[in-house]
Every structure is written in C-alpha cells, then in structure tokens.
Write a protein that binds this ligand. Sequence first.
Ligand code: FAD
Ligand code: SIN
Length: 489
Amino acid sequence: MASPNPPPVIVVGAGLAGLSAAYSALQAGAPSVRLLERAAKPGGNSIKASSGISGAPTRFQNVAKYGVDHSFWDDTVKSAGTRLHASVAEPIRTQRQGLISLLTNRSASAIDFLTDLGVDLSVVAQLGGHSKPRTHRGAGKTPPGAAIVTTLLAKLKQAEPRFELVTEAEVTQLLTEDSRVAGVEYRKGGAVQALHGPVVFTTGGFGGDTHGLLAKYRPDLGGLPSTNDPRPGTHTLLSDVGAKLVDMESVQIHPTGFVDPANAQTPIKFLAAEVLRGEGGILLHKGKRIVNELETRERVSKVIMDLLPEGEGEGEGEGGDLRQWDVQLLLDPGATEAAAGHVGFYLWKGLVQKKKVRDLDVTTRETLREYAAVVRGDKKDAFGRIAFGHWNLGAEGADIDEDAEVCVGRVTPIVHFTMGGAVFNEQAQVLASELGEPQKPIPGLWAAGEITGGIHGDNRLGGSSLLECVVFGRIAGEQAAQSALKGGA
Ligand code: FAD
Ligand code: SIN
C-alpha cells in the first residue's frame, strides 16, 4: 500500500553505481532522491574510466566478422578463477554464478539504457580475458567514464527538485531501527545530520585506501602505486550493521599504469587504458615481448611482477619507496590511429612519446619484425596472442617501414580495483549471511558497484565494473523506490 508521506530514497556515493540507482529510483516513482557525496564533485573513480563498458550481444558488435557473442558468461566464470573452481561447494557456486548470469544477461540492456540516454557507445574493442570484442566506448575524444557520468548527471538535474545532490557530505553511520536500516548520519560543513529513508550504498572500492583496508587485507601490496582516488574504504559502515564481506583479499593489479618520466615516483598514476593493447599495443621488456597482452590482467601483471623490479639488480635504482617495473607499451601506427582519442591525451601529458622505427634499438626492431610476421599469419605467436586489434606495421609486406612512427610509454603494474566487498544478492540487497548460507537480507539496505563482492572472484574483466554499476545500480534504485513508496518498510 502506498504511504501518504513517503521518505526519500537515500543514495550514498555519486559514482556510476549511485547515479544509476538514483536515476532508476526516480524512474520507478520514488517521490524524492537524495544523493550524498563525500567529495566536492560527483563522479568518483567512475568518471576516470577509460576503456569502456562491456556488454554482449549488442547491436554495436561486428556479427559479420565475429559471429553472435554468446561467450561473455563463460569468459567471466573462467576469469573468476579459483573462486569458481570445480571444487567450490554447490550453494556458493550457485550464488556466485547467479550474480554473473545477471551481470552478463543484462549487459546488452545496460548498453541500450545508456545509449538511449544519449551516450555514444558505438566503438567496440577486445580487452584481456574476453574471447570477443565487447567493450564499448564512444567515437569521440571524451573517455567513456566521463561521457556516461556527465550524461546521467544532466538527466538527474532535469528531475530537480525531486532529485538533490549534496556534495561534501560524508556518511559516517547507517541508522537502524528494529533491526532494519532506517537512514544515515552524515557530516557536512562540520555539522552532523540525520536523514531517514531506504538506503542504497554505492561508495566504491578500497583501492585508494592504501594505508587502511588495503594494508589490512593485502599488506604484500605495500609500495605499489594506485589508479584510484585516495580515500578511506567504507566497508566497516556496512559490517557495523551486520553485513558480511567476501573476497576482501582479491585485489586487482592492472598491468599498465603509466610511469610519468617527469614524475616517476608519484604513487597515484594515470592508467594506460587496456584498450591501447586491445587496439593493438604490445608490451616489451628490454625490447622483447613477454606475454600475450590480451590475457587476463591477473596473468599479465603476474608475468611482469615475476621480472625484477626497478632498482633490484638492473642498475636503475631511482630510489623512493615505490615498487615499480620497467616495461614499455608500444603502439604501431594502426593501434595509434584506432586509439587516437586516448593517445592524443597521453602524448599531451608526456606519458608516451612518438619515435621512428629506425630510432628504436636493434632488439626492439627485431621484435617488431617477428611480431609483424605473427600478425600476417606467417607464424604462430609464441605467447598465444590471436587478436591483434588494428596493428598494421609490417602486416602487408615482408618487412617493416623504418620511417613509420610508433608511440612508446613506460608502464608498471598498479593497484586498480577491489573484487571483494559486501555480500549481496540478485535484488541488490545487502546480506547478513555468508556466501552460500541461506540468505538474510538486511531490510532497508541495498548496494551496487565496487562496494559489493562475489561477482568477479579472482579477476574482474575489463569493462565489467561500469557494467555492474549500471546493472545492479538500476536494480537497487528500483527496489529502494518501491520500499520508499511503502513508507520505507
Ligand atoms: P565510484 O565511482 O568510486 O564512486 C563512489 C563514490 O562514493 C565516490 O564519489 C566517493 O567519493 C563516494 N563516497 C565514498 N565514501 C563515501 C561516504 N562515506 N559518504 C558519501 N560518499 C562517499 N571500469 C570499467 O568497467 N571500464 C573502464 O574503462 C574502467 N576504467 C577505469 C580507469 C580508472 C583510472 C579507474 C580508477 C577505474 C576504472 N574502472 C573501469 C573501474 C571503475 O571505474 C570503477 O570500479 C567503478 O566506476 C566504481 O564505481 P562505483 O560507483 O562503485 O564507485
Ligand atoms: C582500463 O581502461 O584499462 C580499465 C578498464 C577497466 O578497469 O575495466
């Protein structure tokens, strides 16, 4: 029954999961939505997303070339690794696989949802661990995260005053009444305020909480740089009301953070988007390839981290506390052209440099010749790479053009994403039960995005974070709206 005086839906955190939840709560008829954001500006890590959002089968994929894409689920299960190994007990397996099914089955409609709002997602690339090209971005210069976030924000602003974004508002506590979540307490401008209503929690991961949750769960990662905004993790706010956490040790190391030659020791780095490899880029160590660049991030990072880090036996020794490696990302003219929007920005920032092939060292030139033979189909790749993006250097003839220009930048493995988080279910309800136990939803509390755990297991596939934000954010917003319409019960 509809309540005569329904409370607002409260969304905590204005990244993509929060924006998706806020939008769908309004669509589902919530009388009002209050979006509380700790930072001065909305967007979180979502606004920095650079490669795109994965989805299949979609109208933007090239069916004539690759066939209809039915392998997203399989790729995601494979990528989850030991967390979905054959030995994993049945109730846990079913729960994890249910989340993956929802993620992948709703991926095409997530792409449609964003496209219908006006986001261009017409360019599709193949990222690591994906067996087909399915990561969508726009054709222009605006990176996908910024395009999606700004579009959703503009739509939400049209709903004012039903919608209100409150920035510099840090939620410090979830309020409970009769063992249900009944609202939040937040701090703004030195004052502490309470707000009552159903809560959608979308505060992101803890990859930027270097000395807090990251050090607690993965002390071995100390000294690695990060792509994330530095900020405290919020997982204890959820466990304080009984939420269970899962896979907290499962932290993604992205293989390619840029080492800026002008500021090599900075711990927060620009990401060298995976799409650079997807569009054809290769990785070199001392002039030689070391891995199939389109393996999962977990695998590519491991191969690099098994090499000696800088300053350990290689005579580089720049000093500082950072642990970083000396690997080159190289894009031929074809890959450079295909990723022109990204490359223009990285050139401008001084993160990559243009070089003529003839000015590269002998080993690198020999590697390029060998790789061109692989792309031409004259020989098999020793590392098993079979997708080459738009690489075209030497792809036609017997030798490579020494006058061709390539782009080269130094990269290093970097903390990027936290797979672990709050146990939740297919209705985006936060659970007070462990994975595999009979589900105990915490009334009044939903979650979506990187704060949740249990979907990606050991390794998240590229583009699947923006996807989970949209898929589960929309579910959470809708559920919370229905609760608000019933008076928050
Ligand atoms: P966020 O976007 O991080 O938003 C969380 C928000 O909650 C933040 O604004 C934060 O300030 C706020 N918050 C935190 N605590 C509180 C509190 N106590 N009170 C109020 N507000 C709070 N994924 C992809 O799928 N594709 C990509 O191409 C891609 N590229 C990436 C590139 C970079 C450089 C980075 C860092 C990540 C990338 N990712 C990508 C990962 C993806 O962007 C994030 O995992 C995802 O966007 C997280 O979204 P979210 O909404 O869960 O959290
Ligand atoms: C990237 O652009 O490499 C990041 C993509 C992702 O995290 O999914």
